[in-house]
Design a protein. Sequence first.
Length: 80
Amino acid sequence: MPNFSVVISDDEPFERALRRFSSKTKRNGLLRDLKRKRFYTKPSVQKKLDLQKSIRRRKKAERIATLAEMGLDRRGRKRR
């Protein structure tokens, strides 16, 4: 787990420093790892979940590709 900190200057508001801290944690994936490691998942269950995620990603990529062929963006709107 990475260890990081945010240095606050005297004239900087606390809210801005808090925002910087939260963006660092998001970029690092710290909260995501904590949530993932909160409970133990058996390897067989994890394998099943990973397979479902990959299927979902592949279907999304196919859907975006078909929309791009029709000249639409990923939300189904016309490209400019």
